[in-house]
Write a protein that binds this ligand. Structure first.
Ligand code: PXG
Length: 291
């Protein structure tokens, strides 16, 4: 495996960073998770734009242009001869001293691009659906650490994931400080009620997922009413269908939440249609590359 590190493609064993890198010391940096399908990088521009927005908010100056990073992503995929891939792109603050002062890291930001084969969820999951629970850890308050910032500090989500796993589940629903549904640990959440689609608004402690946006777009094209407004647990429990969206998971049907059966307890027609349409989009849209 080869990794892109600051302008060079190096062997995995040689891809190393300093123990004084603030990415390691403080989770001070930003990242993106991207997918390539059959030599097409899905929504590459949108991911790079979001990376730059995260970096802008934390006042991290990305040492390369958007165009350079897009080309570097493709070069890394080619160097690894990957037709289908999961791409992890990160920018760390770089080496500084043991204090928090970012001025000590000036000019040291590092760009790292890791490409790997995608670990697909088992087919069974998409056919039978997932059982999930809400957990005690709430999503970070936007006033404290805005969930729009895809920072290298994912402890908020990791804590929620631990709680789900400890309870015997694979994914957790995180609520916001008011008790409304925010999102899952690495996915956005949607419900369907009376053929209408609902998802929490991005201002309520929810990442504006790129898969989420794609699903909203597909739904509008299919004349399904889309609504971005707050969702309570009651509304979720009484929905006809529920599903999660994310780059890694794509669209995963949810059939049981906190012990309540959702709809008929199996993936519903709107979820299935959206998954099918989403797969069509990933087959034709994207930045093309050759191997
Ligand atoms: N919410 C959160 C908190 C996320 O981290 C999404 C939603 C979905 O966004 P996209 O743009 O991918 O549709 C994410 C995605 C993983 C993994 O292994 C996923 C994410 C981050 C880290 C790991 O599934 N981000």
């Amino acid at each position: 495996m080869k990794v892109f590190m600051n302008g060079k493609i190096v062997k995995k064993e040689d891809a190393k960073i300093s123990v004084f890198d603030h990415g390691l010391l403080y989770g001070d940096g930003v990242f993106e998770g991207i997918r390539a399908y059959n030599c097409l990088v899905f929504k590459l521009k949108e991911h790079i734009d979001r990376l730059f927005e995260s970096a802008h908010t934390i006042m991290l100056s990305v040492p390369y242009s958007k165009k350079y990073i897009m080309d570097a992503t493709i070069r890394t995929l080619q160097a690894n001869r990957l037709r289908n891939a999961y791409i992890r792109l990160l920018v760390t603050r770089g080496e500084g001293d043991l204090g928090l002062d970012i001025r000590k890291c000036q000019g040291n930001a590092k760009l790292i691009i890791i490409t790997d084969k995608i670990a697909l969820y088992p087919r069974r999951l998409y056919e039978q659906g997932l059982k999930i629970i809400t957990v005690p850890t709430i999503r970070n308050l936007p006033e404290a650490l805005n969930p729009q910032i895809k920072s290298l500090n994912y402890l908020n989500n990791i804590l929620a994931k631990i709680e789900a796993i400890n309870a015997g589940y694979e994914e957790a629903i995180m609520l916001d400080s008011l008790g409304y549904v925010a999102e899952c640990t690495g996915d956005n959440i949607f419900i369907v009620k009376n053929k209408k689609l609902y998802t929490p608004p991005q201002c309520m402690g929810t990442l504006r997922g790129i898969t989420r946006d794609t699903i909203l777009e597909i739904a509008r094209q299919k004349d399904i009413s889309t609504n971005e407004h707050v969702i309570t647990r009651h509304e979720m429990y009484n929905s006809d269908e529920c599903f999660l969206t994310g780059t890694a998971a794509e669209i995963v049907p949810v059939v049981n939440i906190d012990g309540r059966k959702i709809g008929r307890g199996k993936p519903g027609p709107v979820t299935k249609m959206l998954l099918e349409e989403f797969r069509k989009v990933t087959k034709k849209d994207g930045v093309k590359y050759k191997l």
